[in-house]
Design a binder for this molecule. Structure first.
Ligand code: URA
Length: 434
């Protein structure tokens, strides 16, 4: 088999066989196929697309390119959750303890953030001493003992995807549906869960800006998951404005704790209950979504979900008292209100821009090596459809540097648009692909 012939075949818009896909992924992972040939192939895929069968074969080949985590030592049906990423997306911080408190074993691998969307691992490190660089043995033992663990992604999980994603990133071939779906799903399949609930975001702060593209991506990923024998569900949710109100690591942790205490923003709570009910049903811990929702609401009301978070934080080296007293979490030195310069209904928020404000303040990473400031960020008081008067506070900004504060504030104000007309509030959950 020759890579040249495979490139030619895809260039001529023919489907690749499983053997060809296995050959090219194995060769590329081992360094036997050079980047220039792989770039030519990804560009041909970009234009000529892949069939569902090719996409599944590509996903399996990438999942099998490194370690496949074996979670069989954990009792029960393991359910994983994945978000395609967004601004203020702290869902796992509240959702995972909620689901674990209902009795679903949650063994989750998470990543760090790069750019304007934060990673769960970074957010969790707001707890003093919290560690995610734990061994697989520790991870499995902890899930069997307390029902919950989140560890950082190991380097040898789907290494083919790691290499290919980096190549796509610099050759303008990221945004092909099959390549995105196989990239995400290869890591999910390698992470070993029996069932997967996907939160596919849509809107200005999401990877997929258009709703029809988000549905198409969800359908593609659900087909891969089910094709690989893992029950997979895709929920399409709004990311046309930040989720909840807090954007920034420790601020998001505080918002997740508020939510587990029975407070928190309505949209955030609703997303946790929706995703959670699919997870609980998939794990066989409730007969239907309504029963699952009742159980999830109960663990908020009776404090079991918050206690599960405290147990989890303590088991991974963190301080449980910070869960019960979030005032102890990292705090910025400067806290100011951002006052509206206009009056009217908020007709739009350029969601990405709010993420970039947090990045400017130091809350995100410009490069993989950047240190992040856990204490900074924003708490939004006004969102789409709300009415504001001139001089009213749109948000509170938390900063540690005056220049950064001013730059973020300017950018924040420019991200809001106003209208004299009343604006319909968009629905949070746009649909479900099962
Ligand atoms: N996230 C991934 O992991 N891969 C992609 O291709 C796009 C987003």
């Amino acid at each position: 088999m020759r890579m040249y012939d495979i490139i030619m075949k895809k260039r001529n818009n023919e489907a690749l066989s499983k053997e060809e896909i296995d050959f090219l992924i194995e060769g590329y992972t081992k360094g036997e196929i050079p980047d220039y040939q792989m770039s030519a192939l990804t560009m041909a895929i970009f234009f000529n697309k892949m069939t569902a069968e090719e996409t599944l074969n590509l996903t399996m080949a990438m999942a099998n390119s490194g370690d496949m985590l074996d979670l069989s030592a954990i009792k029960g049906v393991k359910v994983d959750k994945h978000s395609t990423g967004g601004v203020g997306d702290k869902t796992s911080l509240a959702l995972i303890p909620m689901v674990a408190a209902v009795g679903v074993p949650t063994a989750k691998m998470s990543g760090r953030g790069l750019g304007h969307t934060g990673g769960t691992i970074d957010k969790l490190e707001s707890f003093t001493g919290f560690r995610t660089d734990i061994s697989t043995e520790h991870f499995i033992e902890q899930v069997n003992r307390i029902g919950i663990s989140i560890m950082g992604q190991t380097a040898d999980l789907a290494p083919a995807d790691k290499k290919l994603y980096a190549l796509r990133d610099v050759t303008a071939t990221v945004d092909n549906m099959s390549l995105i779906a196989s990239s995400i799903m290869s890591k999910k399949l390698a992470a070993g869960a029996d069932a997967i609930v996907l939160d596919v975001k849509t809107g200005s702060g999401a990877f997929m800006k258009k709703e029809e593209d988000s549905f198409a991506l969800a359908r593609e990923m659900v087909a891969i998951g089910n094709g690989a024998g893992r029950k997979t569900i895709g929920v399409i949710s709004d990311m046309d404005q930040p989720l909840g109100r807090a954007v920034g690591n420790a601020l998001e942790v505080k918002e997740a704790i508020d939510t587990l205490n029975g407070g928190g923003p309505e949209d955030f709570k609703e997303l946790c209950l929706t995703l959670g009910s699919y997870m609980v049903v998939a794990a066989g811990k409730a007969a239907d979504k309504e029963e699952a929702r009742t159980k999830l609401s109960e663990v908020i009301t009776n404090g079991a979900a918050l206690e599960k978070l405290a147990e989890f934080v303590e088991a991974q080296g963190g301080k449980r008292e910070e869960v019960y007293n979030p005032e102890l979490l990292p705090k910025a030195t400067m806290v100011q209100e951002i006052l509206s310069e206009e009056e009217g209904y908020i007709s739009g928020i350029v969601c990405d821009e709010i993420g970039i404000c947090s990045l400017i303040l130091g809350g995100g990473r410009e490069t993989k090596e950047s240190e992040i400031d856990l204490s900074v960020g924003l708490v939004l008081h006004k969102k789409k459809g709300d009415y504001v008067t001139k001089g009213e506070s749109l948000a509170t900004i938390h900063a540690n540097d005056t220049d950064k504060l001013e730059a973020a504030k300017k950018r924040f104000l420019a991200a809001y648009t106003f209208s004299g007309q009343k604006i319909e509030k968009a629905s949070l959950i746009r649909g479900v692909v099962e």
